[in-house]
Design a protein around this ligand. Structure first.
Ligand code: PEP
Ligand code: MG
Length: 568
């Protein structure tokens, strides 16, 4: 049995498909038969062009015309004589195809990255993509088409990037296993959104399995079995049925208000990453959107989405929620969320670097475009703006100033918007927590991001398995922080929510009831589970439990007491 971090509940039983990282290095060779080499080269290009055009057609049907055009652009680019002609010339001079391809692509990458024009600079990632794809063909490397794996597949990979995860088709993938990542890595969040059982940070799992091995993974306990014995298989098939039965029972909570056992109402919202997820939030009975992670709009693109494109996406989510609140977070990139076409500089400590609100304030055009799109969408429902990774009062003031400027412009330009639009602050850094009283005087609401608050309070990288034992929102320091943040919000008379993964944790919920959290924002698939747990606790019982817990000194003692008190 192997053990890892359980990140997405349920039992997955299926057949392994390994996704291995490929080595794209090659030895440059001197070519004698240059005609044969050019033929090999053009065969690779032709295959690439055919596949890219087929993919573009699929994207056009599933996603949209504009996205398809980007892919078609890749096929056109490599067929351009300025590129392939240059490569042919180098092969004629005796270079091998791999070397010619790399040299010419790198030359264009260098040229485009030095240009002032944003559109031109964005071509850099397009060329890098084309180079990688054709290099793989020349080196005979077969890519796994994640979108088309067979039903019943368990994906096994050293790492699963958010863009790989977003290609997954739920009907085909019954489980995900990786060697890196933790509960709050973005792949984990996507796995939960797709309701696919997942266990991450399983040491050595990629080498421990072969394609088509049978594996069982328990996404609640973090256990993995490779080619299990018959009795283990039967046990887990029963466990899977039991899990499915329990999920079915939750249907009793559909359409109900979210109330504690003594009838106190709280709001139960959803976290989403795309406008399409808003439909899911509604289907799962979410009462609003507590966190729209807008970075996925930027990550699933090969260039910056324009104001209109962003506006359409935000409007779609807002209209879907039909008057229910939608909290849209400004761009939260950096850390583990890279956007290749922005050309972010490599940093020694990316989680402590130029990211999120820092990046937005340092790139005012990008920030302004996004705020304009969000504010325009406020004419179609109940929108709120939320700012991530705040560490100073100045940051929230600067964003508020930009929002006011844009609203003034809109009045002059006659653009409809909500004039009372609220601007809130995510509390997810140690600094923001310590100055929560000062921030509460500036912000219209708070939302506690426990994924990062735990990371920055405990000084542990949220995706690093070696320090995962310290990464827990039940550490006394994190719990004190959460309690202090809610106190500061309430003293200032503003509501406080939580959009970190802890908001749906059955052990955390009674403490949040005791602290008086006003709004819980969870993965849509956990709405009914969270509602059922909230309904089991009265304020008095929760207060009593919190009083005991807040006197304890270690995470182990705290979780032991909470586990014992947990209600089925
Ligand atoms: C958080 O940090 O808790 C949060 C909700 O933001 P993200 O997980 O996107 O960093
Ligand atoms: Mg965060």
């Amino acid at each position: 049995m192997y053990k890892g971090i359980a990140v997405s509940r349920g039992i997955g039983i299926g057949s392994v498909c390994r996704i291995v990282k490929h080595d794209l290095s090659f030895e440059p060779r001197r070519i004698e038969d240059t005609e044969a080499e050019k033929e090999r080269f053009h065969k690779a290009i032709d295959a690439f062009v055919d596949e890219t055009n087929a993919m573009a057609e699929d994207v056009r049907k599933r996603i949209g015309v504009k996205e398809a055009e980007i892919l078609r652009g890749h096929a056109v680019m490599i067929s351009d004589p300025a590129m392939s002609g240059e490569m042919d010339k180098m092969i004629d001079q005796g270079q091998c195809a791999e070397a010619a391809l790399s040299a010419v692509c790198d030359m264009f990458i260098g040229m485009f990255s030095r240009m002032d024009d944003d559109n031109m600079r964005q071509r850099v990632s397009d060329i890098a993509d084309v180079k990688t794809s054709i290099l793989k063909k020349l080196l005979g490397i077969e890519e796994i088409d994640i979108k088309n794996v067979a039903p019943g597949t368990v994906l096994v990979s050293s790492d699963l990037t958010p863009s790989m995860t977003s290609q997954i088709v739920k009907e085909n993938v019954t489980g995900i296993l990786t060697e890196t990542g933790g509960k709050t890595s973005h792949s984990a969040i996507l796995a939960r959104a797709l309701e696919i059982p997942a266990v991450l940070s399983v040491p050595g799992i990629v080498d421990a399995v072969k394609d088509r091995d049978t594996v069982i993974l328990d996404g609640t306990e973090g256990e993995v079995f490779v080619n299990p014995e018959g009795d283990v298989l039967s046990k887990y098939m029963l466990k899977r049925e039991e899990f499915i039965r329990r999920q079915a029972e939750l249907k009793n909570y559909v359409g109900k208000e979210t109330l504690t056992a003594d009838g106190d109402r709280v709001e139960l919202f959803c976290n989403i990453g795309t406008p399409r997820d808003a439909k899911k939030a509604l289907k799962c009975d979410g009462e609003g959107i507590g966190l729209f992670r807008t970075e996925f709009l930027f990550m699933d693109n090969t260039r910056l989405p324009s104001e209109d494109e962003q506006f359409e996406a935000y409007r779609e989510a807002v209209e879907t929620m039909a008057g229910r609140p939608v909290i849209i977070r400004t761009l939260d990139i950096g850390g583990d969320k890279d956007i290749p076409y922005l050309g972010l500089k490599k940093e020694d400590n990316p989680f402590l670097g130029f990211r999120a609100v820092r990046y937005c304030l340092g790139n005012e055009d990008i920030c302004r475009t996004q705020l304009r799109a969000i504010i325009r969408s406020s004419a179609f429902g109940k929108v709120r703006i939320m700012v991530p990774l705040v560490t100073t009062v100045d940051e929230i003031r600067s964003i508020k100033r930009l929002v006011s400027d844009i609203k003034e412009d809109f009045v002059k330009e006659g653009i409809d918007h909500d004039t009372d639009l609220e601007v809130g602050c995510m509390i997810e850094t140690a600094s923001a927590s310590l100055i929560a009283d000062l921030l509460a005087a500036e912000a219209d609401f708070f939302s506690i991001g426990t994924n990062d608050l735990t990371q920055y309070t405990m000084s542990v990288d949220r995706g690093n398995p070696s320090v995962a034992y310290l990464y827990s929102p039940f550490q006394p320091s994190v719990l004190r922080s959460i309690r202090y943040i809610t106190e500061c919000a309430h003293r200032a008379g503003i509501p406080v929510g939580m959009c970190g993964e802890a908001a749906a944790d059955p052990l955390m919920i009674p403490l949040l009831i005791a602290f008086g959290l006003d709004e819980y924002s969870v993965n849509p698939v956990l709405v009914l589970t969270a509602r059922s747990i909230i309904s089991k606790w009265s304020k008095k019982e929760a207060d009593e439990l919190a009083r005991r817990v807040m006197e304890l000194s270690t995470e182990e003692e705290i979780t032991a007491v909470l586990r014992e008190a947990m209600k089925e």
